[in-house]
Design a protein around this ligand. Structure first.
Ligand SMILES: *Cc1c(COP(=O)(O)O)cnc(C)c1O
Length: 360
């Protein structure tokens, strides 16, 4: 067996220990004689799995009791619609548009009310985070929305926006559990699992309880109301059982690694190796302003499309896969999520260095 270094933006690398442990439990989960995939979601064994996953998630983030944790389906993209469907009481919300994912959320909100773009970094291909210290946020906006880490462009909010008393909702898909969060600053944060915490198919939402409306906007289907899932502790219908089990294993892995402070140090170390190399390189260049650089997604270019393609192909042959940039930006992108070992980034940089010498 040989494993590659996978720099995919998502679905992405998972901790090898987690995959191995899941493999040993595949046919017979803890003496039950069945796989978690085959298990009733109403069984006592599964109840323990989902409760423990939630408890570990809460412990990692220090999430207070007045926040609900929901395990939902439909990907982060379904949240783009569920958020306005549930929270746009005044039919108005403020969006900070810092990339494709924020833009999609903004457009979706416009289906349900007035989505106001209060800041954007589109003028410079989303390569920076706008100053959000004094935005013109409509008084009656129901919430302020951000995408905290921009998976495609590689920027990250280093400071949360000044919402001027409005509720903050954040898409943390690509920085989920990568570092500690000041959770009480958010009315809601959520993310798809497949970037940093598990396999594709489950979306985890943390919502402050008082935010969850008794009634969503008129006509919102039962399955798209947060209340439905909150009242049933994510078991209104069959949840993505196996995915939640896998996320639970990743939460344990993060706890064993020392929690979110340790995760942050681990991620900063990897990012520094890569950014320091990019800053010193004459061939490769990072595309994001230094103040807004993501610890998770690192886009870079050579300035020459042919050379980019050559690099991506040779890297793949050398065991570094999925380095192609998003189709909307081109170039390269290395996603170096929690589960990417330091050694993987160091070896990538060594490979880039050798490539640079051979091609200049
Ligand atoms: C990948 C991604 C999404 C979309 O996730 P799906 O699960 O494919 O719907 C949304 N937001 C961010 C920040 C992402 O990285």
């Amino acid at each position: 067996m040989s494993r590659v270094y996978n720099f995919s933006a998502g679905p992405a690398v998972l901790p090898e220990d987690v995959l191995k442990e899941a493999a040993t439990e595949m046919l017979d989960y803890k003496g039950t004689g069945e796989s978690v995939m085959e298990m009733s979601h109403r069984s006592k064994e599964y109840d323990a799995i989902i409760k423990e996953a939630e408890a570990d998630f809460r412990e990692l983030l220090g999430l207070p009791d007045n926040y609900k944790v929901l395990f939902l389906q439909g990907g982060a993209s379904t949240q783009f619609a569920m958020i306005p469907m549930n929270f746009m009481k005044n039919k108005k919300a403020a969006y900070i548009v810092t990339g494709q994912w924020a833009k999609k959320a903004y457009k979706e909100a416009a289906l349900f009310g007035e989505a106001v773009s209060v800041a954007s970094s589109e003028d410079k291909t989303f390569s920076y985070i706008p100053d959000c210290s004094d935005l013109d946020i409509p008084e009656d906006a129901d919430y302020v929305y951000i995408c905290e880490n921009n998976t495609i462009y590689g920027t990250k909010f280093k400071e949360l926006p000044n919402t001027k008393g409005h509720e903050l909702i954040s898409d943390v898909s690509s920085c989920f559990l990568s570092e500690p969060m000041d959770v009480e600053k958010y009315a809601m944060f959520y993310g798809g699992a497949q970037k940093n915490i598990g396999p594709a198919g489950v979306t985890i939402c943390a919502i402050r309880e008082d935010m969850i409306p008794e009634e969503a906007l008129p006509g919102v289907p039962t399955m798209l109301q947060y209340k439905t899932h909150a009242d049933a502790d994510s078991l209104y219908n069959t949840p993505p059982c196996y995915n939640i089990y896998m996320c639970g294993k990743v939460f344990k892995w993060i706890k064993n690694m020392g929690g979110l402070e340790a995760m942050k140090a681990h991620n900063e170390k990897k990012a520094a190796i890569l950014y320091d190399f990019l800053d010193a390189s004459k061939l490769f260049k990072g595309t994001v302003v230094p103040e807004a650089r993501s610890l998770m997604n690192v886009p870079f270019v050579t300035g020459d499309d042919e050379l980019n393609a050559k690099f991506i192909a040779e890297a793949k042959d050398a065991g570094f896969i999925n380095l192609k940039g998003h189709r909307s930006v081109g170039g390269m992108r290395a996603s170096i999520y929690n589960a990417m070992p330091v050694e993987g980034v160091q070896k990538l940089v060594d490979f880039m260095d050798a490539f640079e010498k051979a091609n200049s």
